[in-house]
Write a protein that binds this ligand. Structure first.
Ligand SMILES: *Cc1c(COP(=O)(O)O)cnc(C)c1O
Length: 361
């Protein structure tokens, strides 16, 4: 039997049909492609963090419930005691856990464009995924189209990224409420960019029994730790605890995240700087001939290049040492679009100079 026969016999067709999630090699680039916080910590804060790590017992398994970190997360996010919080190895793992718990016949609904892992994980598990296009002019929810899919397919889970990645906008609140009310299953509001937005559904958990609110520390400034969390009713979270691996949050992450979140003034200044630089980059991009940049409530900006030139501009930037994200291959509403993460002022300046140069060539 050839090796190929073995592979096709062994693995599910859904798996064979997938392509791996590709992450560009960023070595040597000004890295503005992955919504990371560009700032590190002062030596003083680093010393305090290392002191906290010093007593970690690496020879022992971590607390399987990560109780201390869980309590800190509840406190800093204002999550009431009546709700339960599930921790994941990144919010990616939480999406995976939730979808793994569904029956094979389940449907999943989100928007197009949206965060790619909703579809990637649904495809991997063989679940039917529906991506309803956003409105072309505003990138807001097409409520009637969403309601039509809800009524026809009764999705078990609806994912709404708030603010949305990669468009950067907050969907209209009234539209989201309409969808939560119409949903037959769960609605996950994915607030990965909460540190940069002035809006949240966290304080509405008590109003809707099918609402879950998910966040991550990645975009805040701790992408290397891999920690996400989701709050909701204990009856739902309890089911997910059953399928989560017992020690999914390692001890270094538990201690480091607990340290960082109890010193969150470290991040307040950084996220404020990122938000004010976001306004500058938006204005400067829009001042460039042929570029349309869209307002953002996140730490990145989506912008449209002159027709047919996105890939050429993306490659020109790369040649000039600046790595951003080319979304144009995803087509649809993202044709001709690129996405840049807000970096340090000097990185933003280098990016803007590179765009200008690429437009002139
Ligand atoms: C980045 C991102 C995530 C993934 O977060 P991790 O915790 O790093 O896995 C989830 N949702 C959205 C919308 C994102 O943009």
């Amino acid at each position: 039997m050839s090796k190929n026969d073995l592979i096709t016999r062994l693995f599910r067709p859904e798996v064979l049909a997938l392509s791996a999630y590709h992450v560009a090699d960023a070595a040597g680039f000004i890295k503005l492609d992955a919504m990371e916080n560009p700032y590190s910590w002062s030596d003083d804060v680093k010393q305090q963090w290392l002191a906290a790590l010093k007593d970690c017992e690496l020879n022992r398994y971590p607390d399987p419930e990560a109780q201390q970190l869980n309590a800190t997360i509840k406190r800093v996010n204002g999550i009431a005691d009546e709700f339960e919080v599930l921790l994941g190895n990144g919010s990616d793992e939480i999406i995976q856990l939730l979808l793994m718990a569904l029956p094979q016949t389940a449907n999943v609904l989100s928007t197009t464009p949206s965060f790619v892992m909703y579809k990637q994980i649904s495809d991997c598990l063989g679940l039917d995924y529906h991506g309803v296009p956003l409105l072309a002019d505003s990138f807001d929810l097409d409520v009637s189209a969403m309601l039509a899919v809800i009524n026809e397919h009764q999705p078990s889970v609806i994912f709404l990224a708030y603010p949305n990645n990669p468009t950067g906008n907050l969907f209209s609140e009234a539209a989201i409420v309409e969808i939560i009310n119409a949903a037959h299953g769960l609605v996950v509001i994915d607030e990965a960019y909460a540190p940069f937005a002035d809006a949240s559904f966290m304080n509405r958990l008590g109003q809707y029994s099918n609402l879950l609110v998910m966040r991550t520390v990645s975009k805040l400034g701790l992408a290397g730790l891999r920690l996400g969390y989701m709050a909701g009713s204990p009856a739902i979270i309890e089911q997910l605890h059953k399928i989560r691996l017992p020690y999914n949050i390692n001890i270094l992450t538990q201690v480091s995240a607990n340290f960082a979140l109890t010193h969150h003034e470290i991040f307040d200044q950084q996220t404020q700087a990122i938000c004010s630089d976001r306004a500058l980059v938006l204005a400067q991009l829009n001042a460039l001939e042929g570029i349309t940049a869209y307002p953002s409530a996140a730490n990145f900006i989506l912008f449209r290049t002159p027709q047919g030139r996105a890939t050429e501009i993306f490659l020109s930037l790369k040649q000039q040492g600046v790595l951003i994200k080319n979304l144009s291959p995803q087509a649809g509403l993202l044709s001709d679009c690129l996405r840049v993460t807000i970096g340090k002022p000097e990185e933003n300046a280098a990016f803007l100079t590179a765009v200008q140069k690429s437009l002139e060539s």
